[in-house]
Structures are given as C-alpha cells and as structure tokens.
Design a protein around this ligand. Sequence first.
Ligand SMILES: *Cc1c(COP(=O)(O)O)cnc(C)c1O
Length: 390
Amino acid sequence: MKDFEQHLIHTYNRSVVFDQGEDVYLVDTDGKKYLDMGAGIAVSALGYSNTEFKEALKTQIDKLIHVSNLYYTEPVIKASEYLSEKSGMDRVFFTNSGTEAIEGAIKLARKYAYNKNPESKGEIIAMNHSFHGRSMGALSVTGTEHYRTPFEPLIGGVSFADYNDLDSVKNLVTEDTCAILLETLQGEGGIYPADEAFIKGIRKLCDEKDIVMILDEIQCGMGRTGKYFTFEHYGIRPDILTTAKALGCGFPVGAFAAVEKVASAMVPGDHGTTYGGNPLAGAAVCKVFEIFEKEKIVEHAAEIAPYLTDKLNGLKEKYPELIKDCRGLGLMQGMELTIPAADVVKKALEKGLVLISAGTNIIRFVPPLIIKEEHIDACCEILDSVFASN
Ligand SMILES: *Cc1c(COP(=O)(O)O)cnc(C)c1O
C-alpha cells in the first residue's frame, strides 16, 4: 500500500489489497473473503467466477486482440447487433469507457443540430446532482459544482435543471437547445429514480422541439434495474443512449447508441477511436449478452430485487434514527443515512462486506446481478451489526 501511494497520483482513498474474485466474493492478499455489494461500481454483473465469460476472452486473445477501426471484425459486428436489439437503438459506437460514451453522445447531438442549422449554439440542458464522467465534455454536463469548478473553462452552452422538476427543464429550453441529457436513474448523485411524469414530459418536450433526448444508462443499464435498460420501465425510448460499466462485465468497454435519424448525422471523419470496439472488446460484449440471455440474468435481477428492498426497509424500521430513506429500482438501491456513509462502509469492510457510498451520507447497493437471497441475508446481517454498534 505504501509503494502504491508513493507512485500513484492521489485521486482515490483506497483500502484493502484485493487479490482474487470468487463467485460474489473478493479475497484480499491475506486470504480474507468479502461479500461484494459494489461489483466494482456496478460493473461485475456476472460476479467473478463465470468460466464461460473468461474462456471467451482467452479464446479471443489467442485469435486476435486488436485491429483498428479501419477494418471489420466479427465480434464487433455481433456485439453491435446485440446492443441494438436489446436497446432498441439503430446504430452503435463502441468506446473504452463511460465518459467517452458521453463525449460521443454530446458530439452526435451537436452534429445533428449543426446539420439542421450551422448557426446553432448547440446548447445542452443537464441535471443538478448528475454524474457523467471525468473527461472535459462529460465534466461540463456533470451537475456537481465542486467536480467542475477547478477545471474551468469547460465546454460552453450547458445549463442545469433540477431532476424530477419538468418546469425547471422547460424554463431552460431555447431555440438553441440541442440536447437534454439525464441519467434514467441518478447514481453517483444519490440513487434517485426518475418520476414517470418527468421522464415522459422530457420525451414529449424533445419530440415537440426536435431536441435530442440523451439517457445516460452507464450505471443503471444492462439489467441493473430488472430490465435491459431502465427507460423500458417508462415505456419511452431516448434518441441517444449511453452504456458502459456492466456492458463488458469488467472488460473496459462502453458505447453510445442512437436512433437512425440522429445517428445518420455523423459521417466518416466526425468521430473515432483507436481501441474502441476492438475484437477483444467485441468478444466480451457478445459473451455478456449471450450469458445474460442463456442464464436469464436480467429476469433474475428483477426477481431478486424485491427481496433486497424488503430487507433494507426492515433495517430502516429497526434503525429509524440512523436510516432516513431507502430508495432505488431493482438492484440499484440507496440507503440514506443520518451519519456519514464512510464510517459505515469502513466498519462493514472490517466485517467482510464491500459497500460503496454515493455522496456523503448514502450507501449504494449495486451487487453482481447473480446475487442470491443468502448473500442479501449475509449483507443485511453485517449491516445490522454495524448499525447496532453505532
Ligand atoms: C460511471 C459513470 C460514468 C462514467 O463512466 P467511466 O467509465 O467511469 O468513465 C458516466 N455516467 C454514469 C451515470 C456513471 O455511473
């Protein structure tokens, strides 16, 4: 740990040296086992022991790791078919991360507006308390001032509305608005699901004014809330969708996808990436979708989620002075505390439970989607003992 802190730029407060993964557990270098309710921040949906997934990656490594995007490869063609089919989008662009998916989405929305009117100012409405990533474009639309301020000037033309307040969005719309961008379920900002009237209202607004609706499902997509994508709960569809995190279940890959009308605004030369969607990434994405289908991962997430919700609510009833609220959708749940989340996270870790926080006083539950009742029981028992000792 000391060596690490000497040589890395200090952007994270780290703890524990993890060495291995096993089912839904992580094992540290001393052999201590931890139940993982964070899944590498909503990434490792299949847990750590899916042999078929690992074998698929090994096979592709032996075959071909990389060629540039100047050529076709079969894994990427198949991966784009899967993602289009499951998301209802027409065209896909693969990236290496979530933040790059956001960069691409912003560029695509601006290009669409530019084609309609080269004088367009390309304004974007984003949400307060949103999180979209750390690169300059994604940072520009992230609704937390202390993330943004030290890095200004950022890209211009961005304004922030209040999540779940449709009037606050309407008030910001101008002739130059090219996109409205939001998470379908706010993650980092504290686990806030969208109200149905809010998200449908934005859809309607975008339709009326030909504004591009961008939904960021980097965290809440890929089965996390019991549907492939969270927007399906609302019976709407975005114009651009971003995904990453569980898309590669640990292999770094993201994507932005769009409906034909918007996607066709981009032509060769408008956007690119050296690594994005290389054959190894393609093989990972294909296998994730294949396993999701075969093992009914999304259905399982939908089925098991109420058990987690009930258990968390049980804790809330038991500790009303410590737990202010429990909310979320599917296997993306938040527990708002009256005490700092960091203290609970630390104590839970000592007891063999990996939790992550969202904001200063919210615990975020984003376990592997293969989690079972017995794991949820174990998680809540440890939490119970942490709260009891508080
Ligand atoms: C994690 C996350 C991102 C950024 O993804 P990275 O892969 O870390 O760049 C963007 N949007 C949302 C909603 C996220 O949860």
